[in-house]
Design a protein around this ligand. Structure first.
Ligand SMILES: CC(C)(COP(=O)(O)OP(=O)(O)OC[C@H]1O[C@@H](n2cnc3c(N)ncnc32)[C@H](O)[C@@H]1OP(=O)(O)O)[C@@H](O)C(=O)NCCC(=O)NCCS
Length: 215
């Protein structure tokens, strides 16, 4: 199936958007510099509001597909992202891979092993996706700075992640699923389901109104 672009609203639809887009365009050189210094590339058709925080350790990868939309400034989203978007790898060999036409608002994506995000995924304001606990669970291991457990995370195509949700290590969020605002997701989410709460549980289903990639 040919990728369908999300329709975007014009910048003159509302006066505040003019300011946002002026800031976006004026900030573009700094955004490009940020990506250059981090050794990270973005594709074509991007819209990047403010510089994200990119922390890529040596011999790890952060890859973005075309149509990337990043909102890192408080004015760039009505939910006022409280920090710039963060994409960080913590270990050599770690990978963050983002498909085409994905959008993130003040979200933090941190990988010690692998975080794969499919196409047309929307990640709400201040949401977090991590594949590691950052610190070992045993006190002794913490004292000796041993490596914590890391388990890959996969977010499949057409997933919508609500504001302030947290996706934790080892989780696969199935195609077309919706993660509710503030959900803490610790287990896999079946495709086309809605999950919410802490820990996240299935609270509904989504009509699978797009053809599967195989058809
Ligand atoms: C998850 C969500 C999409 C579900 O919407 P919905 O399908 O209309 O679901 P409903 O409102 O009918 O709720 C269904 C059940 O889930 C519960 N629920 C819904 N959202 C919840 C949430 N975020 N946390 C905890 N429980 C939630 C409801 O209380 C209800 O429970 P009940 O059946 O026991 O009464 C919506 O509630 C939500 O969280 N939207 C936020 C999206 C967002 O963050 N957008 C910003 C992007 S920047």
């Amino acid at each position: 199936m040919r990728a369908q672009r999300r329709p975007r609203r014009g910048m003159f639809e509302a006066p505040f958007k003019v300011r946002n887009h002026v800031e976006r365009i004026l900030g573009l050189p700094w955004v490009r510099f940020t990506f250059l210094v981090a050794g990270v590339r973005f594709g074509r058709r991007f819209r990047i509001f403010g510089a994200p925080i990119l922390q890529r350790v040596a011999n790890s990868e952060i890859l973005f597909g075309d149509g990337l939309e990043l909102r890192s400034t408080p004015r760039s989203n009505p939910l006022a992202p409280r920090s710039p978007c963060v994409f960080a790898t913590r270990e050599a060999g770690a990978v963050i891979r983002v498909g085409v036409d994905c959008g993130f608002s003040g979200a933090a994506i941190v990988a010690a092993s692998r975080i794969e995000i499919g196409d047309r995924v929307m990640v709400g304001s201040n949401a977090t996706i991590v594949d590691t606990d950052f610190h070992p669970l045993s006190p002794l291991a913490r004292r000796t700075h041993a490596r914590p457990v890391a388990r890959p995370v996969r977010i499949e195509d057409d997933v919508f992640i609500g504001t302030q949700a947290m996706i934790l290590k080892g989780v696969t969020v199935g195609r077309g699923a919706v993660v509710g605002a503030g959900a803490v997701v610790t287990r896999d989410v079946p495709p086309f389901t809605i999950v919410a709460g802490n820990p996240a549980r299935v609270v509904g289903e989504v009509e699978p109104d797009v053809p599967s990639p195989a058809s």
